[in-house]
Structure formats: structure tokens, C-alpha cells
Design a protein around this ligand. Structure first.
Ligand code: SF4
Ligand code: SF4
Length: 297
């Protein structure tokens, strides 16, 4: 049975595809978007989160850690992350919940059992289950196994992906996925590389191949001034020949910023801004002019 490191199973989601859905978040991503709002999804490993504002100074974590990773510094309690092996022992002994482990190795059967509890909501709303991350397509065998079990139960499966994987990975899940939520972050390859750490050649090629197979496609355009808000026209002309059902323009928000410090990570999107209504409407219009249905989320 396939396993993956899952960091969240979010019930009653209305943002990850049609109807009421359960979103299954996998850890591990091969892009490094400057504005990432799920930094806990980047590493494929379990990670220790530390929320010092909850710490009551009981010292349990110092005694529990076999690696000596907890450090009492003059300016407060810190963690030497080069020593941490993510064993979770300190989090187990932290009754103040200042320490928590992010991510749990989970089997496909466990995921399916968890999401089936809400099947009535999926049926009544036209919803289903969405696999996301991180980049869930880095675990195609896991997705395939989950999706096959869900399809056998008559439950719709969507895959939320940035598409930077070999097309063979898509071929594994194609028989069981009804819908792809496909990120396009920039049309210009050099800009894409500066913003995400990788070029977009394979991403766009995979998008075209999925479209040619008649798969339902919703493209998601994260709209992050000042990084890629100038890409609407170019993305629209790139998508114009493709049978894209909808473009969702997803404005930057600040909700991810507080997630970096507990993980000991640096937020690199210091310049990111919430876009204006006018800028979002102009982006919607750029797609509409090419006959592509679009909406801001
Ligand atoms: S166990 Fe939790 S509350 Fe106690 S010192 Fe460690 S982080 Fe603080
Ligand atoms: S997760 Fe394990 S290794 Fe890491 S700080 Fe806690 S006890 Fe130490």
C-alpha cells in the first residue's frame, strides 16, 4: 500500500474545485515560489513547528530531545534545526502545545477512510476530493491508489498541481481524476524561473497534453503584485487555443506570512502586495477578451 506525508485533511472546502470537497494536502514541492503561502508543504519530511508565544518554560522538551536540539539562549528558547531529526518526542511532551509536528505518514487506505465520512456532502453538492500540496503529483502512485479507491466509491477526484513532473506521472492518475486544477504562474520562462526556481517549459507542455486528452481543466493564476501581475495578457494568449473551462485568478493574501517563523524558515516575499480590485478586474477582462471564462477568487 502506498504512503505519503499528509499535513492536512481539510473538510468542507469550497475553494478547491466544484461543490463541497475535502482537500488532502501532501508535503513536498519541487517549486520554490517566492510568495508560497503553504511553507509547511515545501519539505517532504515531517517538520517541527515552534510557537514561542505559547511556551510556559516547563523544560519538558529539553529533557525529551535525544539530539540536544533545544537551546536556552539569553534572548529565549530556540531550536537548532540542523540537529532536529523530526522524531516528535519533544512535541509529545509539550502540554502547552507550543511544539507540534507538521505532517504524518499516511496510507492511501487511511486517507480514503477519512474522506469517505463526508461522502453525503459530496453527493449533494456535486463535490468530491481534491489532492493538493505542496505538489501532490510528486506522489503519483499514492494519488493513483487513493483515486482508484474513491472512483470505485463513485466519488469525484480533482488534482491540484503546478505540473512540473514527467507526463508519465499524469498518465498514472488520468484514469481516475475527473478534473485538474492547474497552476500557471507566469507565461515568460525567464520570469517563471526567477519567481519559482524552475522554467515553465515542461509545465506548459503537460498542460497542452492534458488539454488534448479532453480532461476537465481549471487554470489557477496566483496574482501576486509586483511579481507576476503583468502576466495576465500573456497567459491569456497562451491559454486561448486550449479548452480551459475556467481561469481562477487568485489574489495574494497575507495569511501565509505567519507560517514561516514557527518552521524556522525565511519569508522571501517581502514585496508581495494584495492586489487592488481594479487590477484584478483588468486581469479578468484580459481573459474575457480572448473568450476564456475567468473569475477572481
Ligand atoms: S515543552 Fe513546550 S512549554 Fe515546555 S519549554 Fe518546551 S516548548 Fe515550552
Ligand atoms: S523533533 Fe525530536 S529531534 Fe527534533 S527537536 Fe523535537 S525531540 Fe529533538
Amino acid at each position: 500500500m502506498e504512503k505519503a506525508t499528509v499535513f492536512n485533511i481539510q473538510r468542507f472546502s469550497i475553494y478547491d474545485g466544484p461543490g463541497i470537497r475535502t482537500s488532502v494536502f501532501l508535503k513536498g514541492c519541487n517549486l520554490r515560489c517566492l510568495w508560497c503561502h503553504n511553507p509547511e508543504s515545501i519539505s517532504p519530511q515531517r517538520q517541527l513547528g515552534f510557537y514561542p508565544e505559547k511556551c510556559i518554560g516547563c523544560g519538558n522538551c529539553f529533557r525529551a530531545c535525544p539530539e540536544g536540539a533545544h537551546i536556552a539562549a539569553p534572548d529565549g528558547h530556540t531550536i537548532d534545526r540542523t540537529k532536529c531529526v523530526s522524531c516528535g518526542k519533544c512535541a509529545n511532551d509539550c502540554f502547552a502545545e507550543a511544539l507540534t509536528m507538521l505532517g504524518e505518514e499516511t496510507t492511501s487506505e487511511e486517507v480514503v477512510r477519512a474522506v469517505l465520512t463526508d461522502r453525503g456532502y459530496y453527493e449533494r453538492s456535486g463535490g468530491g476530493v481534491t489532492f493538493t500540496g505542496g505538489e501532490c503529483m510528486l506522489k503519483p502512485d499514492f494519488i493513483r491508489e487513493c483515486a482508484a479507491l474513491l472512483s470505485a466509491e463513485g466519488i469525484s477526484v480533482a488534482v491540484d498541481t503546478a505540473g512540473n513532473v514527467p507526463f508519465e506521472s499524469f498518465e498514472k492518475v488520468l484514469p481516475y481524476a475527473d478534473l485538474f486544477l492547474y497552476d500557471v504562474k507566469a507565461a515568460d520562462p525567464d520570469l517563471h524561473r526567477r519567481l519559482t526556481g524552475v522554467g515553465n517549459e515542461r509545465i506548459l507542455e503537460n498542460l497542452k497534453r492534458l488539454a488534448s486528452l479532453g480532461k476537465r481543466l481549471i487554470v489557477r493564476y496566483p496574482f501576486i503584485p509586483p511579481y507576476n501581475d503583468g502576466e495576465a495578457e500573456a497567459i491569456a494568449s497562451l491559454l486561448a487555443p486550449l479548452p480551459v473551462e475556467l481561469v481562477e485568478i487568485m489574489p495574494y493574501h497575507h495569511l501565509g506570512e505567519g507560517k514561516y517563523r514557527p518552521l524556522g524558515m525565511e519569508n522571501r516575499a517581502a514585496e508581495a502586495r494584495v492586489p487592488s480590485d481594479d487590477a484584478l478586474e483588468a486581469a479578468v477582462t484580459a481573459f474575457a477578451h480572448r473568450g476564456i471564462p475567468a473569475r477572481r477568487t
